[in-house]
Design a protein around this ligand. Structure first.
Ligand code: TRP
Length: 363
């Protein structure tokens, strides 16, 4: 095969596996709607900063909906994943506690959803040893997300970055989650999790499978662009933080770039910056961005920005109020995390015990 043919083949394979995953996601969601309490969800975030509107519309909203439907919901704050591609844990305490604040302000109820951190659950981490024996080095190197994260980091590939998808399998499998809501970039990690579950059961637990093969849940929510039309990312300074003040939000929106054409139109390809503002306003108001564009028309970018500022701040006001209220009592937030960690430890111990049993390692 020529390079080009190889690339096309790789592309086709990717999209075929994406399509298969999307189909599985849709089928699983249909089953989940019929019988929510037979599902266990696990998903999570790296505590690298504050949550923004992209997180809210892309995932947090869905987690709250699953929780309310009666799915057994779990959220991992992936603190060990922070050091896959950076060499500091500066601000980690603050980031972890602020994640809990944002989850709760968004509607996550600690009585229904277990929130916990990697580093507090040793038995979960211990699953990494048997799981690593179930994958080859070549499989680890083939993971496209690991490759792009390494390139973006500008650091050498660390052992942890190479193996973190297997660690993510530990996150998912220790609590026997069968649904994992994620973005496309995390799909390879759920795929390797399925492989690990299958191989473990085949190798050690043929009669009594220990692990489910979880389905990735791929959201249909449109990706919300950053204020400058690029991907919303903390490092671009183009994200609206859930916990920012109304003034900070106004300032950020005011200084976002637009173009020289006065009339406002919705055209994501030709006018990404104006369209990003319209998409944002559309999401927070539930309106069609085209309709907003027509309404603003010749009033120009200044008027558009005023509209975005007002609608975003109105949308986030209740979240911010709840957040500020919760933040008055950080001891309670710490207690909630401790409780989540305690529950996660009990579950992880039980699973690790089944793993030892299956492997004949109970002495
Ligand atoms: N890798 C995920 C991210 O970068 C975070 C994460 C860690 C996760 N463990 C997980 C997601 C388990 C789903 C399931 O956002």
């Amino acid at each position: 095969m020529t390079d080009e043919q190889q690339l096309t083949a790789a592309g086709n394979e990717m999209s075929a596996s994406f399509l298969a995953a999307k189909k599985r996601s849709d089928e699983t969601l249909a089953k989940l709607e019929a019988n929510p309490s037979s599902f266990t969800m696990l998903t999570g975030d790296r505590p690298t900063g504050r949550l923004h509107l992209g997180h809210y519309f892309g995932s947090i909203r869905e987690r709250v909906a699953m929780q309310e439907r009666g799915v057994n919901t779990n959220i991992i704050i992936a603190d060990y994943q922070v050091i896959t591609d950076r060499d500091t844990t500066e601000h980690i305490q603050d980031n972890v506690l602020n994640l809990v604040l944002d989850y709760m302000a968004a509607g996550i109820d600690p009585n229904k959803t277990m929130m916990f951190t990697h580093s507090a659950v040793p038995a979960e981490n211990q699953l990494l040893l048997p799981f690593l024996s179930l994958v080859t080095e070549a499989e680890l190197h083939r993971n496209p997300t690991v490759k792009s994260e390494m390139e973006a980091s500008g650091h050498a590939l660390t052992g942890l970055l190479l193996t973190y998808p297997v660690h993510q399998a530990c996150d998912i499998l220790f609590c026997k989650a069968n649904v994992v809501p994620i973005g496309k970039d995390n799909l390879p990690h759920v795929e390797i999790t399925r492989t690990i579950a299958r191989r473990f059961n085949e190798r050690y637990a043929k009669k009594n499978p220990v692990f489910p093969e979880p389905a990735a849940i791929l959201s249909d929510a449109p990706e919300i662009p950053g204020l400058d039309g690029r991907k919303m990312s903390k490092s671009y300074g183009n994200s609206i933080m859930l916990g920012a003040t109304a003034e900070e939000t106004a300032k950020l929106i005011k200084k976002s770039p637009t173009d020289s054409e006065r009339r406002i139109t919705f055209d994501p390809i030709a006018r990404p910056q104006v369209s990003a503002l319209l998409t944002t306003a559309g999401l927070v108001t539930g309106r069609d961005p085209k309709e907003i564009a027509e309404e603003i028309g010749d009033a120009g970018a200044g008027a558009l920005k005023q509209y975005v500022i007002k609608s975003v701040n109105e949308f986030l006001a209740p979240h911010r109020e709840r957040r500020a209220e919760l933040a008055k009592d950080m001891d309670s937030i710490r207690d909630i995390l401790h409780d989540g960690n305690k529950r996660a430890n009990a579950i992880a111990e039980e699973t690790l015990d089944q793993v030892r049993e299956a492997m004949g390692m109970k002495y």
